[in-house]
Design a protein around this ligand. Structure first.
Ligand SMILES: CC(C)(COP(=O)(O)OP(=O)(O)OC[C@H]1O[C@@H](n2cnc3c(N)ncnc32)[C@H](O)[C@@H]1OP(=O)(O)O)[C@@H](O)C(=O)NCCC(=O)NCCS
Length: 218
């Protein structure tokens, strides 16, 4: 993940959150320019019913309210997830973390428009948000939750290093009820270990030389 400094002259609230770049994505603060695509993609029952706070139907006014109110949430960060395509950036969805009242750590949240599912993009975006949270802030813990009927989201959390911590109930606005969820946690030290492990590469393979150790062979 590369962190791009926000250009001088950017509005104060936006300048607090940097722009993140990964292999295929750019993540930056959601803005007014994202409202049409956000409203188009989020107006999908399959998405709303898997997230806690998205209404359904989802209208442009909901996207506008989200863009306007995101800065007022403490201990939170919101990113529009943009796909790099032929020199252009296409809005695909949202990745965030938000500290809910009563919780002592923020919870990761994400959704992508349906045309972008199944390509590893959510995992790439969530990893960038996690890297940002643990490398640029003092956070020690991130929480995650996925409906028990949402194996794709559960898999995203697992691929990002989250560990299952129990079950619970979560109020889902689009369903109008509380639903069972699996809860997950990612500690900073687990993240640091996974990052270090990946950076080290795979162990070298040595020829099987009839009982000799690699030290004998070299
Ligand atoms: C969940 C969501 C973000 C996943 O986006 P995505 O870009 O397709 O995710 P990725 O491709 O990075 O990873 C999905 C993983 O789930 C797996 N998966 C997908 N559908 C699955 C299913 N029905 N059963 C088991 N695994 C499944 C994929 O194979 C992939 O795992 P793999 O890389 O090991 O093969 C997207 O489907 C979405 O926005 N859904 C609606 C909103 C939502 O659920 N948000 C999360 C709220 S907790």
């Amino acid at each position: 993940m590369t962190i791009i400094e926000t250009p001088p002259g950017a509005p104060l609230a936006e300048s607090c959150i940097p722009v993140l770049e990964t292999e295929r994505l750019v993540l930056r603060t959601p803005g007014a320019e994202d409202i049409p695509a956000m409203a188009e993609h989020a107006n999908n029952r399959k998405i709303a019913e898997m997230t806690a706070s998205l209404p359904w139907p989802y209208r442009a006014s909901d996207a506008r309210a989200f863009v306007d109110t995101q800065f007022h949430q403490p201990h939170s960060a919101f990113f529009a997830v943009l796909l790099k395509r032929e020199g252009d950036l296409t809005f695909t969805g949202i990745a965030s973390y938000v500290r809910r009242p009563g919780e002592n750590a923020p919870e990761i949240g994400y959704w992508l428009g349906e045309p972008f599912w199944g390509r590893g993009l959510a995992t790439e975006a969530v990893r960038a948000v996690i890297d940002y949270a643990f490398s640029e802030t003092e956070l020690e813990t991130l929480l995650g939750a996925a409906r028990v009927v949402n194996p794709a989201s559960r898999r995203v959390l697992e691929k990002c290093g989250f560990q299952w911590s129990g079950v619970g109930l979560c109020q889902v606005k689009a369903v109008g009820a509380s639903v069972p969820v699996d809860r997950f946690v990612l500690e900073r030290r687990t993240w640091a270990s996974i990052r270090a492990w990946g950076a080290r590469g795979l162990p070298k393979r040595c020829r099987n030389t009839a009982g000799k150790t690699p030290l004998d062979v070299h």
